[in-house]
Design a binder for this molecule. Structure first.
Ligand SMILES: Cc1cc2nc3c(=O)[nH]c(=O)nc-3n(C[C@H](O)[C@H](O)[C@H](O)COP(=O)(O)O)c2cc1C
Length: 193
């Protein structure tokens, strides 16, 4: 509904349900500080991934990423959220491909390395080029997904990247690395009672 239509009906924006309002009331904005946002969102346990790509010169780039989510099964789509600016994001936009490496329980040090400002994150980290995209696949993960970038959306200070899976595989033996309230932990299966 447009503002003109609202006026014709004698309605104000505030009369509409929240989901249909044309504008967000100022009173609802800026009431959550960064600390609150981080502690609330950090309470959701996540897996830990390293998202990788290649620059135009074929140099590997990668960052630790917990904002990874399945989007669609048909076609097979996933999303990753990457903060701007980012060397890895730049490489993804250059190559239009990326890989998501789901880290295993013993890879907390790898997660720290790929989140740190060290210039050469791949030094000492065994990897090989993905067979469909050439994006770096780290050894010894729980699973990996090679993706073609299908779209990229600005959301606040992050880019939401949608990728179409073109190749993936899983380990039948490794268990995942998890992240919860700023700490790494392991996941142990407890069959539901
Ligand atoms: C457990 C963990 C999860 C993270 N998740 C994300 C994420 O989802 N998106 C993001 O942009 N940065 C995330 N980071 C921070 C980046 O890894 C870090 O800022 C990195 O240096 C960015 O690298 P780049 O500038 O080379 O892209 C995470 C860090 C850690 C330790």
């Amino acid at each position: 509904m447009t503002s003109a239509a609202l006026i014709r009906l004698g309605l104000r924006d505030e009369d509409l349900p929240m989901s249909e309002r044309l504008s967000t009331p100022d009173t609802l904005l800026d009431q959550v500080d960064l600390h609150t946002f981080r502690s609330v969102m950090g309470s959701l346990p996540t897996g830990v991934s390293v998202v990788t790509s290649l620059t135009a010169d074929g140099e590997p780039r990668g960052l630790t990423c917990s904002a990874v989510c399945s989007v669609s099964a048909s076609p097979p789509l996933l999303l990753v959220c990457v903060k701007q600016p980012s060397a890895t994001l730049e490489a993804i936009h250059q190559s239009s491909v990326f890989a998501v490496n789901f880290l295993s329980a013993g890879m907390a040090e790898t997660a720290r390395t790929f989140a740190s400002p060290v210039p050469e994150r791949f030094e000492g980290v065994p990897w090989s080029a993905g067979k469909r995209t050439s994006a770096p696949l780290l050894d010894n993960t729980v699973a990996f997904a090679e993706c073609i970038l299908t779209s990229s959306h600005l959301a606040g200070d992050h880019q939401v990247l949608i990728g179409r899976l073109v190749h993936g595989d899983v380990s039948t033996t490794n268990t995942p690395l998890a992240y919860w309230r700023a700490q790494f932990s392991e996941v142990h299966a407890h069959p539901a009672a």
